[in-house]
Design a protein around this ligand. Sequence first.
Ligand SMILES: [Zn+2]
Ligand SMILES: [Zn+2]
Length: 150
Amino acid sequence: MYALYVNWGEWRKYYGITEKGKYHYGDSQEDLALALKKYAESNQYSINEVRDIKCDKCGWDTFKLFSDDDESGAMCRCVHCSEKKFIRDSEEYMNQDETDYHECMCGNANLSISVGLSFYEGTKDARWIYVGGYCATCGVVGNYIDWNER
Ligand SMILES: [Zn+2]
Ligand SMILES: [Zn+2]
């Protein structure tokens, strides 16, 4: 009975995303927020706030996503105007020659990006950053890179 109750709670909490194999699927960027929160629960730093990324220059909402997994950092490049946007202070840390370029497992590389922030208790100071993508082509939502804020 107890297990059933827990499963139902989990299902309700993440209603909107479906799991197929190792991938999660959603219908919108809102479902990406759910997927990030779910992912964060497997880490010890749960997410307090999720922000959807828009281009500072043209307002567009799909990006190519680059990350440096060794130095920890992420950069988005606007699909519409090519403006670069670094996530948080990533520009200081990323080795720009060694960034990994991400694409969805379906081959689409134009992703909607959301950033999940885990705050120190009782503050708005981020201690852990999650960067996730939503693929409008196939619906895959997930975390691409996360790091301990410096
Ligand atoms: Zn733009
Ligand atoms: Zn896809």
